[in-house]
Design a protein around this ligand. Structure first.
Ligand code: TPP
Ligand code: MG
Length: 324
């Protein structure tokens, strides 16, 4: 059994396990759709696992985060039980949000996961609000907000960065630049190659990170969090990465250039960390394979339990709509 790392402490073995869990989870979600067990849509993050694992691994237990519709990996990296996540996607009473939220709305206040947003850019001001609340209460908590490259063309991105800088809010803006919006390549919508340069308009550090290198993501996020906690204000991190799947379940991703997907798969974040672990004698390739199989078994049994879980009762349809 691989132990969980202490919040904020680097733990390469735990990172490897966490990335394997996310990959197996997302691959399984796709199969559940094919079987008709998950309805609606979903947005998968295979290929991007190093960002949530590296960044969230640098957070403290009391810190806040907001995520997007592409947020299954972030919730899992924050410690959400895969069974509760599967059950949520299948609309079951045992789901993370009692089956009422679904794929795009994984929320868990007990872990500081204060919102998952399907509206592009909507999570940034909410994280800023949480950060300001912490600042005003003097708690030293920070807030991380995850969003895509496309979100940086939305007004709320600019408003949030501006206000965060003026108020020196303890917030870290984590852009996952996977080179595409819904279907549009970044270069057709965005006049800069590096999203990080946009930080200059708001007088905060803008840092480009290899988003497929979990160690690099972790180090840069830890530095940004330390800066925020010390009262020095926000940072914009741009993690360059790539999604292997299409934008959502119905998108085969045919607008990509030939060879592009394969070139990114050659830089796969799990393979890269695995090679490093083997080279440094931290975990042999045999141990890695055994762990991969263990994780696969855990995910399969989580799905089996979630699939057997009850649906919400019809008479409870109005529950959670209004506050008590
Ligand atoms: C305000 C708003 N406009 C448009 C959409 C439709 N939409 C959903 S995802 C998406 C693309 C966002 O791309 P990006 O921010 O790069 O995130 P990614 O999907 O690549 O993770 C769009 C346009 C939306 N959900 N909200
Ligand atoms: Mg994108």
């Amino acid at each position: 059994m691989v132990q969980s790392p202490q919040p904020g402490q680097p733990d390469q073995r735990a990172w490897f396990r966490s990335m394997l869990v996310i990959r197996a989870f997302e691959d399984t979600v796709q199969q559940l759709f094919m079987q008709g067990l998950v309805v609606g849509t979903t947005h998968l993050c295979q290929g991007q696992e190093a960002v949530p694992v590296g960044a969230i691994g640098a957070m403290g237990a009391d810190d806040y985060l907001t995520i997007t519709y592409r947020g299954h990996g972030h919730a899992l990296a924050r410690g959400v039980d895969p069974e509760a996540a599967f059950a949520e996607m299948m609309g079951r009473e045992t789901g993370l949000c009692k089956g009422r939220g679904g794929s795009m709305h994984f929320t868990d206040f007990s872990r500081g996961l204060i919102g998952a947003f399907a509206i592009v850019g909507a999570g940034l001001p909410v994280a800023l609000g949480a950060a300001m609340s912490a600042k005003l209460r003097g708690t030293k908590q920070v807030a991380l907000t995850f969003f895509g490259d496309g979100a940086t063309n939305i007004g709320s991105f600019h408003e949030a960065l501006n206000m965060a800088s003026v108020w020196k809010a303890p917030v870290v803006f984590v852009c996952e630049n996977n080179l595409y919006g819904e279907y549009s390549p970044l270069r057709s919508t965005t006049p800069v190659d590096d999203i990080a340069v946009r930080a200059a308009s708001y007088a905060m550090p803008g840092i480009v990170v290899d988003g497929n290198d979990v160690q690099a993501v972790h180090e840069q996020t830890a530095a940004a969090i330390a800066r925020a906690r010390a009262g020095e204000g926000p940072t914009l991190l741009e993690c360059k990465t790539y999604r292997y799947s299409g934008h959502s379940r119905t998108d085969p991703g045919k607008y990509r250039k030939p060879g592009e997907l394969d070139a990114w798969k050659a830089r796969d974040p799990i393979i890269r960390l695995g090679e490093m672990l083997a080279a440094e004698g931290i975990m042999s390739s045999d141990e890695q394979e055994a762990l991969r199989q263990t994780v696969q078994g855990e995910i399969e049994s989580a799905v089996a339990r979630a699939t057997a879980a009850p649906w919400p009762a019809l008479e409870g349809i109005g529950r959670y709509v209004y506050a008590d």
